[in-house]
Design a protein around this ligand. Structure first.
Ligand code: C5P
Length: 230
C-alpha cells in the first residue's frame, strides 16, 4: 500500500550506519532523504554514492531560502546530480520559487521541486508572534496558492494540511513527514513529532509520499516494519 510511497530519512546516522542500513537485504525502500546534516558534512559525493552503490532515489532536503539569484546558483551547483526531489522554502517568495524552478529544469531536469510551508517546529503561537498570523489555515492556503502559481511540483506539509492542500490544488504533490506506526502512537513514542499520523492515515488523507525517519532507521525489525507498509 504505502511501501513505494515511503521515503526514509537518514538523519543522525554515521556513514557506516547508513551503509549497514542500506545493505540490509530486506531494505527494499526506494527513496532516501538526505538532509542538511549529512549534505553539509559529506556533500554531493554521498548523493552519488547512495545512488550508485545502493540504487536509491534521492530526496535532497536542503530547504533552500535566500535571494533568487543565490538559490538559483545553488541549484546550478547541483547540476547533473541524481536527485529526484529538492526542497525550497515557500516563504522565500514568488520570485525565488520561479528562479529556483527555472534553474532546476535546466540543471536537474528530472528533479521535482518541493516547497516547504511552515516548519513543523513552529506552533500557532510562533506563527502569531513572528508573522502576526491569527488564522494558520489562511496562511497555509496563501503559501499553497503561491506554490500552485509558480508551478513548482508540490509541497511538504504535515498530515493536518494535506486535505487543505488537495481540496484546492490536487495537482500539487504532497510529501508528508510526522509519521509513526500505530503501536508507537499508542505507546506515545513520537519523539519530537508533535502531531503524527500512521502511514495509512496519511495516504488516505491524500499524501503522495510519506517521510519516515527514526521509526525505520532505529527499528530492531525493519522487515516487520516494511511488511506493515505493504
Ligand atoms: O521523526 P522522523 O525521524 O520520522 O523524521 C523524519 C523527517 O521529518 C525529518 O527528517 C524531518 O525533516 C521531519 N521532521 C519534522 N518535524 C519534526 C521532526 C522531524 O518535520 N518535529
Amino acid at each position: 500500500m504505502s511501501l513505494n510511497k515511503t521515503i526514509v530519512a537518514l538523519d543522525q546516522m554515521t556513514i557506516e550506519e547508513i551503509e549497514n542500513f542500506l545493505s540490509l537485504p530486506e531494505n527494499t525502500l526506494e527513496t532516501v532523504k538526505i538532509g542538511l546534516e549529512l549534505f553539509v558534512k559529506h556533500g554531493p559525493e554521498l548523493v552519488i554514492k547512495i545512488h550508485n552503490q545502493f540504487k536509491k532515489k534521492i530526496f535532497l532536503d536542503l530547504k533552500l531560502h535566500d535571494i533568487p539569484i543565490t538559490v538559483s546558483r545553488a541549484i546550478y551547483s547541483l547540476k547533473d546530480l541524481p536527485i529526484d526531489f529538492l526542497t525550497v522554502h515557500l516563504s522565500g517568495g514568488e520570485e525565488m520559487l520561479k528562479s529556483a524552478l527555472l534553474e532546476a529544469r535546466k540543471s536537474i531536469p528530472n528533479c521535482k521541486i518541493m516547497g516547504v510551508s511552515f516548519l513543523t517546529s513552529l506552533e500557532a503561537k510562533d506563527l502569531n508572534s513572528l508573522f502576526g498570523i491569527t488564522n494558520p489555515e489562511v496562511a497555509f492556503l496563501r503559501l499553497f496558492q503561491m506554490a500552485n502559481k509558480t508551478k513548482i511540483d508540490g509541497v511538504i506539509c504535515s498530515p493536518q494540511e494535506i486535505v487543505l492542500l488537495k481540496k484546492d490544488f490536487p495537482n500539487l504533490l504532497a510529501i508528508t513527514p510526522g509519521i509513526r506506526f500505530i503501536d508507537e502512537i499508542k505507546a506515545e513514542i513520537t519523539q519530537d513529532q508533535k502531531r503524527v499520523s500512521t502511514p495509512q492515515e496519511a495516504i488516505n488523507l491524500g499524501a503522495d509520499y510519506i517521510v519516515i525517519g527514526r521509526s525505520l532507521t532505529q527499528t530492531k525489525n525493519l522487515r516487520q516494519r516494511l511488511l506493515e507498509l505493504t
